[in-house]
Design a protein around this ligand. Structure first.
Ligand SMILES: [Fe+2]
Length: 302
């Protein structure tokens, strides 16, 4: 696999809490995921006109309609979308960023936005509110890394996330990782906001302590397909979002039937050779997922 990221990307993420990785995924990977989006969110089309609900002087606000097409994996579609969140290159990037080999995927969602379905313009905020019960650590490796991955070309008219680097937040005189709709604070950040507008296949990698905000889709008939994928160090109980087990009614065989042991390990499945695997657990797991290739786990037992 060719190198898709450099040490410089990792260093920028550590220092600034945010980095863009343009065109990380190949055209074939993008086409397969886009096809899955059309299955998961069928018959949706962007409207002719952007919906604008924000009041004069307001930068934006959260509203439920922004999350209308925002769902957890797995889906009844191909492995392309179901396994994108644990693509080997993405997993390696998360390992490098978090400075550990032992990582866990703790959130992954497919998110489609269509012109006119919502006013997608948001206030600046940090994501730590629903990733930890307290506040972000000052050690970025003790937090987590979120990947926002675009699977359609995203211009300024397609609702790119805007963000402010940590250096610029300090320059703006804004306190680290606060919740605030204070207009002065929002205006201070606005002077430094950057865009994530980028071609399909690009990644915006950021931390839970980075100020960012969604922007509106304004292009006629426009849509934006994105996947989110969040990783933390294995065993970091301070960080969480999704208990995969709570999604038990979803089609997990779509993941088990195609994932490698390393990819399944990101979901918390014990690796081959782990003492969890015994004659009995191998048989029972095979009954639960009849088409799962368990040979690496069987080989690990003997
Ligand atoms: Fe956010």
């Amino acid at each position: 696999m060719p190198d898709r990221f450099t040490d410089e990307h990792v260093e920028t993420w550590r220092r600034e809490g945010a980095v863009m990785l343009p065109e990380f995924f190949t055209p074939n990977e993008i086409a397969a995921v886009t096809g899955d989006f059309e299955l998961v969110f069928p018959d949706r089309q962007g409207g002719h006109e952007a919906l604008v609900k924000k009041k004069a002087g307001e930068i934006g606000a959260f509203n439920q309609a922004q999350f209308k097409n925002f769902e957890n994996i797995p889906f009844d579609c191909s492995p392309a979308l179901n396994l994108l969140c644990v693509h080997p290159a993405l997993v390696e990037l998360a390992r490098s960023a978090l400075h550990t080999r032992e990582i866990q995927l703790y959130q992954s969602q497919a998110w489609a936005k269509f012109t006119g379905e919502a006013d997608f313009e948001q206030l600046f905020h940090c994501d730590f509110g629903n990733h930890t019960l307290t506040v972000p650590s000052e050690d970025e490796c003790a937090n987590s890394i979120t990947f926002l991955i675009y699977f359609t070309d995203v211009t300024e008219d397609h609702g790119p996330t805007h963000y402010v680097t940590k250096t610029d937040s300090t320059r703006a005189g804004v306190p680290a990782a606060t919740f605030s709709d204070d207009l002065d604070l929002q205006d201070q950040l606005r002077d430094y906001e950057r865009t994530t507008a980028a071609p399909a296949g690009s990644i915006f990698a950021y931390g839970i302590d980075v100020y960012h905000r969604g922007t509106n889709l304004t292009v006629q008939g426009g849509y934006r397909y994105a996947v989110t994928s969040c990783f933390k160090k294995a065993g970091n109980e301070a960080i969480g979002y999704m208990a995969w087990q709570f999604q038990h009614t979803k089609p997990w065989h779509r993941i088990f039937d195609h994932a490698t042991p390393d990819q399944l390990g990101c979901f918390g499945v014990p690796k081959p050779g782990d003492s969890f695997w015994t004659e009995q657990t191998l048989i029972a797991a095979q009954l639960r997922y009849p088409n799962w290739d368990m040979s690496p786990y069987k080989d690990g037992l003997y």
